[in-house]
Design a binder for this molecule. Structure first.
Ligand SMILES: *[C@@H]1O[C@H](CO)[C@@H](O)[C@H](O)[C@H]1NC(C)=O
Ligand SMILES: *[C@@H]1O[C@H](CO)[C@@H](O)[C@H](O)[C@H]1NC(C)=O
Ligand SMILES: *[C@@H]1O[C@H](CO)[C@@H](O)[C@H](O)[C@H]1NC(C)=O
Ligand SMILES: *[C@@H]1O[C@H](CO)[C@@H](O)[C@H](O)[C@H]1NC(C)=O
Length: 128
């Protein structure tokens, strides 16, 4: 083996290891949001349970402390990463109660459920 093929096989081995490793280190869980779903209409100020599917969580969850953010097509609305809509609940609970914030009525809203990972709901409507 000349120097070139030695270096090349080292690089190939290193690259294979580097790309394979993260999959083994972490088991990210993004539980699907069940409610709100497509067709949901929420009225400003009303209270609802956001729900998600907690079937088959991984044995190790990196972060079980959940929070929820509301967004429209382009931006976080009435909440952001520092000021979530609702926070400090267990991602294993499968539901969390929240109050619909006073935002511009529209049909392009989604909630993002964060915990171990983030998961986005289907688009739903907020009405006045
Ligand atoms: C949310 O779910 C809990 C448990 O099922 C229930 O007691 C509560 O009334 C629900 N809240 C709303 C706003 O529906
Ligand atoms: C929840 O997830 C499980 C496993 O993926 C699936 O079998 C089940 O149908 C889901 N439940 C709902 C209500 O979507
Ligand atoms: C989304 O929210 C941003 C920030 O409030 C606003 O500027 C924008 O017009 C909204 N877009 C839609 C489609 O409602
Ligand atoms: C989060 O929830 C835990 C357990 O319910 C409670 O002990 C803690 O004080 C809460 N933290 C905040 C910032 O609300």
């Amino acid at each position: 083996m000349n120097t070139f093929t030695t270096v090349l096989s080292f690089l190939v081995a290193f690259f294979t290891l580097a790309t394979a490793a993260p999959l083994q280190l972490r088991d990210v869980w993004a539980p699907p949001v069940l409610y709100p779903h497509a067709g949901t209409v929420w009225t400003i100020g009303s209270r609802h349970n956001i729900t998600w599917n907690t079937t088959n969580p991984p044995q190790q969850i990196t972060n079980s402390n959940g929070f929820v953010i509301l967004r429209n097509d382009t931006a976080f609305v009435g909440s952001d990463l520092d000021h979530p809509l609702v926070s400090n609940f267990s991602i294993l609970a499968g539901r969390v109660e929240m109050t619909v914030p006073n935002v511009e009525p529209g049909s392009g809203y989604q909630i993002i459920l964060f915990g171990d990972s983030g998961n986005v709901s289907p688009y739903f409507t907020i009405s006045a």
